[in-house]
Design a binder for this molecule. Structure first.
Ligand SMILES: [Zn+2]
Ligand SMILES: [Zn+2]
Length: 439
């Protein structure tokens, strides 16, 4: 008997058609309406492990942060296996309050609830359940609820509670679960990126001091230097050694800047700041991530990114601001999209009478954790594309040198390429178009 139950619990009771729809990202809601009472049965597939979904659906204290129309959730009693919570639903013209008793069964990934029998409520009856089903594609979320609102509740609120609420709730739970922080992913590329690269002059006073697979750029003067990007945490000593190998002193690096606050471009900044004593400046969203050493939920890849060493003193700068160290003048161009704080940098370098315009263009790739929709980030991307397209661009550098054929250009000793910027932007636009079609 027990075996039969366990077997039954391992197979979600859904047909192949329904499963295919769920795999497409759709949410299935079936509802029945009868007078003041209604019941709903809803399904969604979350592309993450059941623990992540469980963490979200049992975190009632945070439900108002992400569940539409839920104004307040007051935890009245709580234990490992049970909870009583008072919910306040904002239904535009009226507020509906009721208290639910939950029972948690973590072994079975099951929660059921009913109206607390001994308390007053604005509705007549309610009960329901959550069931999670681990599958190869992720976690199937099954949610059922039955509500009798009684007479005191207007009809449209009743139908919202009975029908739309379940779909909204599942969408919200799924999105949040997919973005739950998980154990840091192993970085398959890091060892290859971090290969030692002898430093070299790109043009004039602009030098490549990064590792082979991740750029770090030094712009030098008699009165001090500017460093852009710190690469991986393990890249910092290599960058420091490259700066010294060129004959520059670490303590003359006065300012450290960043393209975007991910572990592979900002990971070494903390250590490089310690070694040089340089000031670190970044856009406001990047500065917040640098101080925390990890991205927030506004990062498309939130939950999939390894943390990195925190940077203690970061000053914030404005879009279009020019930062100076002696005669070196570097201008910030905010180019969000890949991250909210993404920044590209422009400056000019001269060799005798010839001066060229540099752009260190930030990553523009639409990469994300499951569940993120780049439709939301589209206006930011469009602004970033337009900002970069409008700038003079003789030499294009990018945080990942391969993204702009940097090594191919340097092999030919020709860093200047009038087409490189346009090609980089066109590739970014194409990648975003492709991604939007997939969403
Ligand atoms: Zn990145
Ligand atoms: Zn990167």
């Amino acid at each position: 008997m027990l075996t039969a139950l366990l077997l039954a619990a391992a197979v979600p009771p859904l047909g192949a058609d329904a499963l295919a729809q769920l795999r497409d990202g759709r949410i299935i809601v079936e509802s029945e309406d009868g007078g003041t009472a209604g019941s709903t049965h809803a399904w969604a597939l979350a592309r993450c492990r059941p623990e992540a979904v469980w963490a979200v659906i049992t975190d009632h204290a945070h439900f108002p942060d992400f569940v539409p129309h839920l104004e307040r959730m007051e935890i009245l009693q709580h234990s490992e296996s049970a909870e009583r919570a008072l919910q306040t639903v904002d239904a535009v013209v009226a507020t509906v309050r009721y208290a639910l008793d939950y029972r948690f069964d973590k072994e079975r990934l099951h929660i059921d609830y009913q109206l607390a029998p001994d308390l007053p409520h604005d509705i007549a009856a309610a009960h329901g359940a959550w069931q999670l089903w681990p599958t190869a594609d992720g976690t199937l979320i099954e949610y059922s609820s039955a509500i009798d609102t009684g007479r005191s509740v207007p009809g449209f609120i009743r139908s919202y509670l009975a029908r739309s609420a379940a779909g909204d709730l599942l969408e919200a739970v799924r999105t949040r679960a997919q973005r739950q922080p998980v154990a840091p992913p192993s970085c398959d590329d890091c060892a290859r990126w971090n290969e030692t690269q002898p430093p070299l002059r790109i043009f004039g006073n602009t030098w490549y001091v990064g590792v082979h697979g991740l750029s770090a750029v030094l712009i030098t003067s008699e009165l001090g230097h500017v460093l852009i990007d710190g690469d991986l945490p393990e890249s910092a000593p290599k960058i420091a050694a490259s700066i010294q190998a060129l004959g520059f002193r670490l303590q003359d690096v006065k300012l450290i800047l960043n393209s975007h606050a991910h572990f592979d471009h900002a990971g070494g900044i903390s250590e490089l700041q310690r070694l040089t004593g340089a000031r670190v400046a970044a856009s406001k969203p990047s500065a917040e991530v640098l101080r925390r050493g990890e991205s927030g939920p506004d990062d498309p890849q939130y939950g999939r990114l390894p943390p990195f060493p925190k940077v203690s003193a970061v000053s914030e700068l404005e879009d279009g601001e020019t930062l100076r160290v002696g005669p070196v003048a570097v201008t910030a161009r905010f180019t969000p999209g890949h991250t909210p704080g993404g920044t590209s940098w422009t400056w000019s370098s001269c060799e005798e009478a010839r001066c060229v315009s540099f752009i260190y263009a930030d990553s523009l790739t639409p990469l994300s954790a499951p569940g993120f929709k780049f439709k939301r980030a589209l206006p930011e991307f469009e602004k970033s594309f337009a900002a970069l397209a409008a700038l003079p661009c003789d030499v294009l550098l990018t945080p990942h040198p391969d993204a702009s054929a940097f090594w191919r250009r340097m092999e030919k000793h020709e860093p200047i390429d009038g087409q490189a910027c346009a090609q980089y932007l066109e590739a970014a636009r194409a990648a975003l178009r492709k991604r939007l079609l997939e969403e």
